[in-house]
Design a protein around this ligand. Structure first.
Ligand code: GAL
Length: 799
């Protein structure tokens, strides 16, 4: 029977490279003990001269080795054994007991290494060389090392292929309440005998009730594999949607002589996902506008290491913002992130590459032959396998609605680009007949020599448009001209400007990251007004949902394009999206803060992001004025925001603003709908910090999980101080270990791991990992001796 064992514990690591490090008897006693997943780059100081450069976020990279000594309880000579690596950045070679057993180039692909017949009961050494030394090789922070989970998988000789179960809804017939499922099972016979096998599938609903059984029998010769198909009908299917992400569990058994030799459990969702040239994206046959964000893979403090807890906090915020889509830019994501997207209801664009054969300049984002150290170096050899592996791995996720074969690929304008696109798209179709394919093109209206070739666009099922607003004479007509010229084309905004900025920055800081809070939302407002009123545009994935490391300028560590910062704190623009995307909750958010000591009498622009019909603004109880959206076709005013008609488009603003002479006190806003006061919000001039408040996003974790603790300062009256920036020291004791702190300030270059960090714009995040069952005590202290502490419970595993 199949066993899948997490292989993350008790590794040794060394940032050095010697040939004999693969050998069993190599002396590694001075190496550092680490647990996986592990990213060595995020643990080391940044420096302007690092070869990873601006793209890679000035991180230390290099070549490192991992070793793990282990014994097996028993080794079954009849069984197959494989190590499964979810992701190693990059170019790794794997050795077992001194023998080279596998290698993998691309840093984001998941891969298996077969060790059947090679494991000993005692004294095994698994060694992995990770070569991230050729720099620069990435346009964003990649991290270095075995940064995702590793497993040891054991199966019988007659077994399902690793991603051998593929289940999809082939048709949903809502009128008669049925769905046609197609379940493919790829079975291998790695034994020496021809066999007769039975395959049995049982489908359970979310409450655990058996709702369907289907089976088939096949004969399979020794050494062969077979792909069999069942097409059962599911009565009264409960459909998967972003609002109600209903999941079933498919249990698949492989039987030999009546005995179960393999068993797989697969979560599935029943839904169809199609793009249409007139109606945009159709989920279960209904138009659903994609309100998406692009995300890179890093998680701030932990670098390239992501976990369910870290992504869960971030995705909850995105959900509240009204976001319903995520583009995994520009590489196959962490598997657990897709699980969360299934569970929480996000529409995912799963993307394979940022470059094919032609490499990009890693600092400037255009074609350059001199920086060919990234994914392009493996393209010719591995692209077919990488794409196939991604599709097989991610096939069963209902959240994945489209495959993307690339981002801003230089070949979009080369002579053989369309042939390459055709081939990659063919692989997608061969592996998956249910999903459509796109490629993110940024040069559809660029200068003639780099312009996307028409043949390239025409190959694609869905044409991906990046930055439509950058195209000079086409800049504000967006998709219009192509819609006229190619009426059968399916359109998706694969990437367009979002509303980012620096959290809490109202023009008082200096530095590269400074943006103007008054205009932060403007480009997105234009785009959204256009897309929301045109059904043929499927929607968009804005750049980006969350700030990310890399793609920066010295002295900076990351890029500030997100609605949420690297520490997971929402910026003001988060509320802009919430006001236009989240139609279920009332949003009224006022900015800036009102702590401008010494600036009395100067004009401050006050912005409200709101979906109320109108807002009255008061300063110290004096009415400034009432403003509204009477002339805009927005939710709340017309209740017909997405119905494809523009009413009276006389303003481009999707926010309200006032110029107010500053005086300390209370700025208060009242939000009205249908003449009724529905919400009130105020910002107040606060006193200096008097207390510190710590709140854990989850105060109950399990060993190995990460607790995320949010800190802020309050004044004497209990009001959060938005501009508090004290230096804070953290002390962790008990059942956990300290991981680091971050306030989302991309100009703070100190190590996340340091025990002291400056709060940023009134907030700081601290992460600790549970190491054993018990209590973790986390104490915080400012230099002015303001203290607080929080207890995190680490529960027994499996409780
Ligand atoms: C896009 C690119 C992204 C990112 C972004 C920055 O052109 O696809 O990866 O570089 O620009 O604005």
């Amino acid at each position: 029977m199949r066993e899948k064992i997490l292989w993350n514990d008790s590794w040794l690591f060394c940032l050095d490279d010697q040939e004999n490090m693969s050998q069993t008897d190599y002396d590694d006693k001075n190496w550092t003990r680490v647990g996986l997943p592990h990213d060595w780059s995020v643990l080391m100081p940044l420096s302007e001269t690092m070869p990873s450069g601006a793209g890679g976020g000035y991180a230390v990279c290099g070549t490192g080795w991992y070793r793990k000594h282990f014994d097996m309880n028993s080794v079954n000579q009849d069984a197959l054994y494989n190590f499964y690596f979810e992701g190693v950045y990059m170019d790794c070679t794997v050795y077992l007991n001194g023998e080279r057993i596998g290698a993998h180039g691309y840093g984001y692909g998941s891969f298996y290494v077969n060790v059947t017949g090679k494991l000993k009961e005692k004294g095994n050494v698994l060694a992995v060389r990770v070569n991230n030394s050729a720099q620069p090789n990435s346009r964003w922070y990649s991290g270095s090392g075995i940064y995702r989970d590793v497993y040891l998988e054991k199966t019988d000789r007659v077994h399902f292929d690793n991603f051998g179960i593929r289940c999809a809804a082939n048709g949903i017939f809502q009128e008669i309440g049925t769905a046609d499922l197609q379940i493919r099972s790829l079975v291998r016979n790695d034994s020496e005998n021809d066999v007769q096998i039975g395959i049995l599938h049982r489908l359970y609903d979310a409450e655990g009730n058996l709702v369907l059984s289907a089976g088939t029998a096949v004969s399979l010769e020794a050494g062969k594999q077979t792909d069999s198909m069942c097409r059962p009908k599911l009565e009264n299917p409960h459909l998967w949607t972003p609002k109600e992400p209903y999941l079933y569990t498919l249990e698949s058994l492989c039987l030999l002589d009546g005995v179960t030799v393999d068993q797989k459990r697969t979560r599935i969702g029943i839904r169809t996902a199609v793009f249409d040239s007139d109606r945009g994206f159709l989920l279960n046959g209904k138009s659903e506008k994609i309100k998406g964000v692009c995300l890179h893979h890093d998680c701030g403090i932990t670098g390239a290491v992501g976990t369910r807890e870290l992504w869960s906090r971030r995705l909850h915020l995105l959900k509240d913002m009204g976001c319903n889509g995520i583009r995994m830019s520009h590489n196959p994501p962490l598997p657990v992130l897709l699980d969360l997207c299934d569970e929480m209801g996000f529409l995912v664009m799963d993307e394979i590459y940022d470059e094919w054969m032609l490499s990009k300049n890693k600092n400037e984002n255009y074609y350059s032959e001199s920086m060919a150290f990234g994914a392009s170096q493996f393209f010719i050899r591995d692209s077919k396998n990488e794409l196939t592996a991604m599709i097989r791995r991610d096939y069963n996720h209902p959240s994945v609605i489209i495959w993307s074969i690339g981002n801003e690929i230089p070949e979009q304008s080369s002579v053989d680009g369309s042939r390459m696109a055709e081939e990659l798209q063919r692989i997608c179709h061969e592996e998956d007949s249910t999903r459509m394919v796109t490629c993110a093109c940024d040069n559809i209206m660029a200068y003639p020599d780099i312009r996307t070739r028409k043949e390239f666009e025409e190959v694609l099922d869905v044409v991906g448009y990046n930055y439509v607003g950058r195209w000079r004479e086409r800049a504000e007509t967006f998709f219009e001209e192509d819609r006229r010229r190619y009426p059968d084309r399916c359109f998706i905004g694969t990437e367009n400007p979002g509303a980012g900025g620096v959290r809490g920055d109202y023009g008082i800081r200096n530095g590269k990251m400074e943006g103007d809070y008054r205009t932060a939302a403007v480009s997105h407002e234009l785009l959204w007004r256009y897309e929301a009123s045109r059904e043929f545009v499927s929607g968009d994935f804005v750049w980006t949902g969350i700030d990310y490391l890399g793609e920066t300028e010295w002295p900076g560590r990351g890029a500030p394009f997100g609605a949420i910062d690297t520490a997971g704190f929402p910026k003001d623009t988060f509320y802009y999206y919430r006001s236009i995307w989240n139609n279920e909750d009332i949003t009224l958010h006022l900015l800036p803060h009102w702590n401008f000591r010494g600036e009395e009498g100067t004009f401050k622009t006050v912005i409200a992001y709101t979906n109320c019909q109108y807002v009255s603004l008061y300063l110290n109880d004096r009415l400034i004025s009432t403003k509204g959206y009477h002339e805009c076709p927005r939710f709340g005013a017309t209740k017909s925001w997405l119905d494809g008609r523009e009413k009276n488009p006389t303003t481009n603003d999707l926010h309200l603003s006032w110029d107010v002479p500053y005086e300390p006190g209370i700025l208060r806003a009242e939000g009205y709908m249908d003449g009724k006061l529905v919400i009130e919000k105020s910002v107040e001039t606060t006193g200096v910090p008097a207390r510190m408040v710590a709140e854990a996003w989850s105060a109950l974790i399990r060993p190995g999980e990460i607790a995320q603790i949010e800190l802020h300062m309050e004044d004497e009256k209990g009001r959060p101080v938005p501009d508090a920036e004290p230096m804070i020291e953290c002390e962790v004791s008990g059942a956990g270990e300290y991981l680091g702190m971050d306030g989302g300030n991309l100009l703070d270059l100190s190590l996340y791991r340091e025990k002291k960090r400056k709060m940023f714009a009134g907030a700081l995040l601290c992460e600790v990992r549970g190491t054993e069952p018990g209590i973790i005590t986390v104490c915080f202290q400012t230099e002015q001796n303001i203290r607080t502490k929080i207890l995190i419970e680490v529960a027994e595993t499996g409780e």
